[in-house]
Design a protein. Structure first.
Length: 267
């Protein structure tokens, strides 16, 4: 009889403990995000991300939350988490993509029915073409905007949902990179043009220097001789007036150029 009563007592205690555990688990409800907006904008050589999050406790009775978590993609840097009400930046504990903040830093907890406003800002490389986000809590409203263009708007999203958005369409390139490419191409064209002009100028100088006074004198003698010969042929009617005029003008101009060069060398 005593043995049977002992077994019954043990079973009763086990049932009571199980029932209490069930009630405790039923009362444990994660916070809910009432509003989560993400604004993404390209700037200089980076992409700036600003998230605005309103979190509300859904716990029962005296349940308090002393920490909350955020998911941020791997290549983010300069991450800042601001508790808006306290106007204080919080130091997160980082584990991979998970950023967890301790609310006791601002001497507060998230009690039942209370709301906490948080802003999360960070930078991404300008070469990023995608934005990734995982929601740790049930979210009533969620939106993502890139460069004033809405990428996503959703309601009543479940916890642990994962999303990936394309920032740039396949044919798009960030304007900052486009400007850099254009400037580099212009610089290359300018350098090539300058080198070509310098080379051309040096060639002219070399040709000018190569023409010695003796060579110029010989050219002058030959050109004057040709002019006299043309004159004789014209007088003897061997060449027409039109041909004579063209030949005379051409060789006369060459002779004038040679004479000028000789005068410059003799100065």
């Amino acid at each position: 009889m005593k043995k049977a009563l002992g077994i019954l007592l043990i079973i009763t205690l086990f049932v009571v403990q199980f029932a209490q555990l069930g009630i405790s688990e039923a009362d444990t409800v994660n916070p809910v995000v009432e509003r989560h907006t993400v604004e993404i904008n390209p700037y200089d050589n980076r992409i700036i991300v600003e998230e605005s999050i309103k979190i509300k406790s859904q716990g029962q009775g005296n349940e308090n939350y002393t920490s909350i978590r955020f998911w941020i993609q791997q290549d983010a840097d300069d991450v800042k988490i601001l508790a808006v009400g306290a106007n204080k930046y919080l130091t997160p504990t980082i584990s991979g993509n998970i950023y967890e903040i301790n609310l006791t830093e601002i001497n507060t907890t998230l009690s039942s029915g209370e709301v906490l406003d948080v802003t999360v800002s960070y930078n991404l490389p300008a070469t990023n073409t995608n934005f990734e986000k995982k929601l740790f809590y049930d979210t009533v409203f969620f939106s993502v905007t890139f460069n004033n263009r809405e990428l996503c708007r959703g309601e009543d999203l479940s916890s642990n949902s994962y999303y990936k958005f394309t920032l740039y369409r396949p044919y798009e390139v960030p304007m900052e990179i486009t400007y850099i490419i254009i400037i580099v191409l212009l610089i290359i064209i300018l350098i090539v043009s300058t080198l070509y002009l310098l080379k051309k100028q040096r060639t002219r100088l070399r040709r000018t220097e190569a023409e010695s006074e003796e060579l110029l004198t010989t050219k002058k003698t030959l050109l004057l001789s040709i002019l006299k010969d043309i004159e004789k042929q014209h007088r003897s009617k061997k060449i027409s007036d039109e041909t004579y005029s063209k030949l005379r003008e051409e060789y006369k101009q060459q002779a004038v150029d040679v004479i000028k060069k000789l005068e410059e060398k003799n100065k």
